[in-house]
Design a protein around this ligand. Structure first.
Ligand code: PSU
Ligand code: MN
Length: 304
């Protein structure tokens, strides 16, 4: 049915048909999460790391109204370079598709398209969450709802403190989304390994995670799972420096009245400037680290 909207790249299609592991990757991180040319370099390197760890990468996007699972090198370059590609979450998909536009997919929409393609594991940097001040703004990312209903596991480096980490964890609990720490009992905070909040479960290896996924979906418990993989110590940001940068960026965003889907891209760019590019370096490194873990989970999942 949905095949009429979806193009699975031949290499990805072959891997899926043969039951080999595939890892989905998102495109908002390319178009709105990092500057050019680092975004394209990172996207390419992430695909390589997925391959080095035994899986096939499938970067997800919408091009000319077609849902894509697996991009060519030129398409990756296009998403990194072209300004004005719409950041497309769940609610944007119908119009982008029917009007034959391009869309960079967020965590929510990447999960949807990965699921249609039959891809169970998805690697990114950070997920959206409950924003600070959400009791006033109501700003809660659609990523969290998606995690409660779409059967795709998301490997990330935790939740950034541009968000309210505690409220994000509460929201995930209410919605029945398991949050698993990869070799940690503490929820990582993206740029740093520590947040002060605990995760539900600590997994010691990719196999344990694969088994939990198989069990969850085997029982038809709908929805995804968050695998929170802390940034490596040597790549982490100094706590005080990143806290100050985030607070200053939030203050600026408030003054400028930036809201809705623009807030996360704005804050990422501002924090990068305030830290003289150090946050971008950390961001790139943590995505690489997630790609390695995600590929291993996909490999273990296929063995079950
Ligand atoms: N966090 C990052 N980089 C990103 C994003 C989040 O460190 O690029 C993107 C992801 O695509 C995520 C989206 O799904 O922001 C969340 O946006 P919103 O809060 O508007 O749902
Ligand atoms: Mn939002």
């Amino acid at each position: 049915m949905y095949e009429k909207y979806l193009d699975i790249n031949p290499e990805v299609k072959k891997a899926l048909d043969e039951g080999r592991p595939v890892v989905a990757l998102e495109s908002t991180i390319i178009s709105h999460g990092m500057p050019y040319p680092q975004n394209v370099e990172t996207a390419r390197r992430v695909e390589e790391i997925v391959r080095e760890n035994g899986a096939i990468p499938a970067t997800i996007a919408i091009i000319n109204g077609r849902l894509k699972a697996g991009l060519t090198d030129e398409e990756l370059e296009y998403f990194g370079k072209e300004k004005g590609i719409v950041k497309a979450s769940r609610r944007d998909i119908p119009f982008i598709v029917s009007k034959k536009l391009d869309g960079a997919t967020t965590v929510a929409s990447t999960m949807i398209i990965a699921n249609l393609a039959g891809i169970k594991v998805f690697v990114t940097g950070g997920i959206g969450g409950v924003h600070r001040g959400a009791s006033e703004s109501f700003d809660i990312s659609a990523d969290l709802q998606e995690l409660s209903k779409t059967d795709v596991a998301v490997v990330c480096a935790g939740v950034k403190s541009i968000l309210d980490i505690g409220l994000t964890l509460e929201y995930l609990e209410t919605n029945g989304v398991p949050v698993v720490g990869y070799k940690t009992k503490e929820m990582p905070a993206f740029y740093s390994r520590r947040s002060g909040f605990s995760v539900d479960y600590k997994a010691e290896n990719p196999k344990e995670i694969a088994e939990a996924l198989k069990t969850k979906w085997g029982m038809d418990l709908k929805g995804g799972m968050i695998i929170a993989n802390p940034i490596k110590e040597e790549d982490a940001m100094n706590h005080e420096e990143i806290t100050n940068a985030i607070n200053d960026a939030l203050f600026e965003a408030g003054k400028l009245g930036i809201k809705g889907k623009n807030i996360t891209p704005y804050l990422l760019g501002k924090v990068k400037d305030l830290t003289e590019g150090k946050s971008l370096e950390s961001n790139i490194k943590l995505v690489y680290n997630n790609a390695m873990v995600g590929a291993k989970i996909a490999v273990e999942y296929r063995k079950l």
